[in-house]
Design a protein around this ligand. Structure first.
Ligand code: FES
Length: 145
């Protein structure tokens, strides 16, 4: 049911933890399943993500997608990180079962929320970034569940 990469990132998630005095922190949840994800960014003066950590209180697919998402954004600029969509994360994991696709949205939304927090703290506007949602359940169509 799950690819080897999903199982690998689920059983051995990368970048778990938190960053003190993070440049940006994003927390999102899905009220329908109750899962929550928080991502911390350490961003340097060149807008490069030097470090990233996450905590996920969620299902295996949520853990695996957050782990892969942190690997994909590490060392990238904030604009490159914005391009890391849930589709890119799923591709990097060799796919997810259709019923678990919504879990990967937590990672994408958490990245956006952390970037939004960083932008607000620094008084900048990140082009192409819209205000993140608190509950990804609100953005999903009912039939996706
Ligand atoms: Fe909630 Fe996967 S079931 S994030």
């Amino acid at each position: 049911m799950y690819s080897e990469k999903v199982m690998d990132h689920f059983t051995n998630p990368r970048n778990v933890g938190e960053i003190e005095n993070a440049s940006g922190v994003g927390t999102v949840g899905n009220a329908k399943c109750g899962d929550i994800m928080r991502i911390y960014f350490d961003i340097d003066e060149n807008q490069v993500i030097k470090d990233v950590k996450f905590k996920t209180f969620g299902c295996g697919a949520a853990v695996a997608t957050s782990s892969m998402a942190t690997e994909l954004v590490k060392g990238k600029t904030i604009y490159e990180a914005l391009e890391v969509t849930n589709k890119a994360v799923m591709e990097a994991l060799d796919g997810l079962p259709p019923v678990k696709v919504h879990c990967s949205l937590l990672a994408e939304e958490a990245i956006h929320a952390a970037l939004w927090d960083y932008a607000e703290k620094n008084g900048i506007v990140i082009e192409g970034l819209s205000k993140p949602v608190d509950d990804i359940g609100e953005t999903l169509e009912e039939e996706e569940y």
